[in-house]
Design a protein around this ligand. Structure first.
Ligand SMILES: NC(=O)C1=CN([C@@H]2O[C@H](COP(=O)(O)OP(=O)(O)OC[C@H]3O[C@@H](n4cnc5c(N)ncnc54)[C@H](O)[C@@H]3O)[C@@H](O)[C@H]2O)[C@@H](O)CC1
Ligand SMILES: Nc1ncnc2c1ncn2[C@@H]1O[C@H](COP(=O)(O)OP(=O)(O)O)[C@@H](O)[C@H]1O
Length: 337
């Protein structure tokens, strides 16, 4: 059985993404969140403001039309739009979607002059697929002009078929790191979800999953993976799905399929709705800033724990909310530097 390792504080602090003097908002990394269904706008708000606090230069949210006003109200500096076009595209039959170059997510990862842009927006507006030109090489697993990442699933309702459709569309089209969270995770157990993960793995595109114990058990069930040991479960989920897995709980375990990292600095102040959405936004923002999947998960988890402890010191572990954890991210960063 593989043993989990721990990072020292110095190792964690060395991961902090301090901006250089010539930084601009794009060079600091863009995170696009596809998050927040009509029932859960709050998850999109929490993940997005956590991304901003975690240093992403540009945080953009595509959410359900019903959630737009709430997410805009959460922070004026967020770029927010309804996911209508993406949803229309995602609801097409997979065979009808045309080439990967035409998917909305890939278009965002592509250079502005990409031929894919006009094609996909035409497809989404008309509701009919427009078969874009074959996928240009530049849209493949090559570094985009600026670092970027996608977060999909926070505030998704796993029982709504649109959740799986959106998740698969992002996995298919995003030529960048993708973090799958919350109600997006169930999509990964479908044949389409597993095929897309395998393709991303082969293409060298990082995918990160952030399940809590209940979600991890749902991912383990179809593969009959044992769930009694969360450290081994992180390792097995990582290997089975070709992803970096962060299995959350009182102790959180991160695995890339080879090593397991144990994160044990959390506090029961975090046992409150919405704190997982905050963690997802933090980890995805670090992916957008170019950290490797394991480093992004380790740093996000360490800062999340320290932010919760700082908030609990002031407010007590009874009173801390997910919003308080976001507000304390600066203190957590300062405590490491
Ligand atoms: N303010 C908001 O908008 C919020 C939205 N949220 C979103 O709500 C959606 C559903 O998430 P849920 O986690 O509520 O529902 P899920 O249905 O995914 O998980 C809850 C189920 O898992 C079981 N379970 C086992 N171990 C668990 C553990 N350690 N933690 C939590 N549940 C465990 C529970 O008993 C329950 O049956 C997600 O998309 C999530 O992002 C939640 O994050 C809460 C806050
Ligand atoms: N008792 C606890 N001790 C330490 N951390 C905890 C504890 N309970 C929950 N957490 C942390 O809180 C977060 C909860 O995430 P999650 O269950 O996904 O919540 P939500 O879906 O409501 O956002 C995770 O990061 C988890 O590790």
């Amino acid at each position: 059985m593989q043993r989990a390792k721990k990072y020292t504080l110095e190792q964690v602090a060395a991961l902090l993404p301090w901006p250089d003097d010539l930084a601009n908002k794009y060079s600091r990394g863009k995170l696009t969140l596809i998050a927040g269904c009509a029932d859960y706008p709050g998850a999109a708000c929490l993940a997005a403001v956590a991304s901003q606090r975690m240093g992403a230069g540009y945080t953009e949210v595509a959410c359900s039309p019903e959630s737009v006003a709430a997410v805009r109200a959460a922070s004026p500096s967020l770029v927010v739009r309804a996911w209508d076009e993406l949803a229309a595209y995602a609801q097409l039959d997979p065979d009808e979607r045309g080439s990967i170059a035409g998917s909305p997510a890939a278009v965002q990862a592509a250079p502005a002059s990409s031929d894919g842009r006009a094609g996909v927006y035409r497809a989404c507006r008309s509701g009919r697929p427009v078969h874009a030109a074959p996928r240009p090489k530049a849209l493949g697993p090559v570094a985009p002009r600026h670092p970027l990442a996608f977060l999909v699933g926070s505030g998704f309702d796993a029982a709504d078929p649109l959740s799986a459709q959106l998740t698969c569309t992002v996995l298919e089209g995003a030529a960048a790191a993708v973090l799958v969270d919350g109600g997006g995770l169930d999509a990964l157990t479908s044949p389409e979800g597993r095929l897309l993960l395998r393709r991303r793995f082969i293409d060298g595109l990082p995918t990160v999953i952030t399940p809590h114990a209940g979600e991890a058990a749902r991912l383990a069930a179809p593969l009959a993976l044992p769930t009694d040991d969360p450290a081994q479960l992180a390792l097995l989920l990582s290997q089975a799905y070709g992803v970096t897995a962060m299995v959350k709980g009182p102790v959180t375990y991160i695995s890339d399929g080879e090593t397991i990292v144990r994160m044990s600095d959390g506090t029961s102040a975090l046992a409150k709705a919405g704190t997982g959405d905050v963690l997802a936004g933090m980890a995805a923002a670090l992916l957008a800033q170019g950290l490797t999947p394991v480093d992004a998960c380790v740093l996000a988890s360490a800062l999340h724990a320290r932010a919760a402890r700082a908030a609990a010191k002031r407010l007590t572990s009874i009173c801390v909310t997910a919003e308080d954890v976001v507000a304390a991210i600066p203190e957590a960063i300062a405590s490491l530097s």
